[in-house]
Design a protein. Structure first.
Length: 293
């Protein structure tokens, strides 16, 4: 490129290198350290609270959930959680730790598993998580849950899945009540996949133009019903991980739904997920307020 040529912008004001940096956490962190922290906390939680592990919600081997019933409560509210990992890695096994905080407070916790890319597609992953929530609704009584008090939550690519589950047409797709989900919590997620489609991530996602649009929850916000939403990111997330939830929240409110912003102070992309298991953290308190009124 000639010295006086302007840098090529591929998305908004980002060059390709700049856009890739926004979505590549490995450029800033040794991610394995934080995965081990979550895993250790989850192993400890599984020793403290009663759990039913690897319960099938579908026919594929990856279609299983870990279920942690609420303590001392029948017909309890339940949170269904979708883990992150850039859609390619991570596991429900690393997200048992919030159960140690929610179960003693009378709230059930269910962590989903699903097929990672490239073994499966992003669209299939979204379908699996929707199936998991529908399964929880249909089987709630078996595990002491109230099917009329199902909440969803996610972090990072799990935040993306949370957004897609949030905009599900439950009546049309599953023959279930349109208000099946009573509230949602999405942290550090992606809701408009155009930037992802144009970034290095599409080298492994292989999204087409049609697919990124189909999997962008901001393009599918329902008009007739939208449950309460808590959405945000870590203070030290990148600009794109701030923009994504900010724009989704604005669109959610514009559609006539209630939503609340939260920024996780002094956290970055990976330490932010730990807030789900910290009873004194503002995020945890806001979730309790949402569920218990």
């Amino acid at each position: 490129m000639p010295q006086d040529a302007a840098p090529v912008k591929v998305f908004r004001d980002y060059t390709q290198e700049e856009l890739d940096w926004q979505y590549d956490h490995s450029k800033r962190f040794e991610t394995g350290i934080f995965q081990e922290q979550r895993s250790a906390a989850s192993r400890a939680a599984r020793e403290k609270v009663r759990g039913l592990l690897d319960v099938a919600y579908g026919d594929h081997a990856d279609e299983v959930v870990d279920i942690f019933p609420a303590e001392g409560a029948d017909k309890a509210p339940v949170i269904v959680f979708f883990h992150g990992g850039a859609w390619t890695r991570g596991s429900k096994n690393g997200y048992s730790f919030p159960a140690a905080a929610f179960a003693p407070r009378g709230i059930g916790w269910v962590a989903t598993e699903f097929t990672k890319v490239p073994q499966g597609t992003l669209s299939n992953q979204v379908r699996q998580n929707r199936d998991a929530v529908a399964w929880v609704y249909r089987n709630a009584e078996t595990y002491g849950f109230d099917r009329d008090r199902i909440y969803i939550a996610g972090h990072s690519s799990g935040g993306h899945n949370c957004g897609m589950v949030l905009v599900t047409d439950w009546q049309a797709q599953y023959g279930l009540p349109k208000d099946l989900v009573k509230g949602a919590v999405a942290i550090s997620g992606m809701y408009d996949l155009e930037a992802v489609y144009l970034s290095y991530r599409n080298r492994y996602l292989h999204l087409t133009d049609e697919e990124w649009r189909a999997n962008s929850s901001i393009l599918h916000i329902p008009k007739d019903y939208g449950p309460p939403l808590i959405i945000g990111c870590a203070e030290h997330d990148t600009a794109e991980f701030h923009r994504q939830p900010e724009e989704f929240l604005a669109a959610w409110k514009a559609a006539g739904h209630w939503g609340e912003w939260i920024e996780l102070t002094d956290r970055h992309h990976f330490t932010g997920s730990m807030c789900y298991g910290e009873p004194e953290h503002p995020l945890f308190r806001k979730i309790l307020e949402m569920i218990k009124g």
